[in-house]
Design a protein around this ligand. Structure first.
Ligand SMILES: [Zn+2]
Length: 122
């Protein structure tokens, strides 16, 4: 990947993180304004682990979105952004463009989905 492309994709990730965090905060605010205020005092990368959020199961999809964005930002800090988190193959530009938070190549992604479905059956 060229460094120009890389920085474009990384800018996209930063923008995606900002959008997801805003949507999340709005969703929390709609349910519990005090909780939203408490979250604002924390660093956004601590939000997904905030235990008071468990009182609102409807926030789970938003929390998952946050976790994806946190994981991608963490990879970016480590200089591993754009690599599959399982097999470390380089993800294609198209894949990252479609989903800046993408963590896995197609093969590992389907394996991961299968394993998740397996655990839901328990
Ligand atoms: Zn992979």
């Amino acid at each position: 990947m060229s460094s120009v492309l890389e920085s474009q994709l990384e800018e996209r990730l930063t923008a995606e993180a900002a959008v997801r965090r805003l949507v999340f905060l709005q969703a929390v605010h709609a349910l519990d304004t005090d909780l939203a205020d408490r979250l604002k005092d924390l660093s956004p990368d601590e939000w997904a682990d905030y235990s008071a959020l468990n009182a609102w199961p409807q926030l789970q999809p938003h929390i998952k979105q946050l976790q994806q964005v946190d994981a991608a930002l963490c990879q970016q800090q480590l200089g591993l952004y754009g690599l599959c988190s399982d097999c470390e193959v380089e993800l294609s530009r198209e894949q990252l463009y479609q989903d800046p938070c993408r963590q896995r190549c197609s093969l590992c992604h389907s394996k991961h989905l299968n394993s998740q479905q397996g655990s839901w059956k328990l």
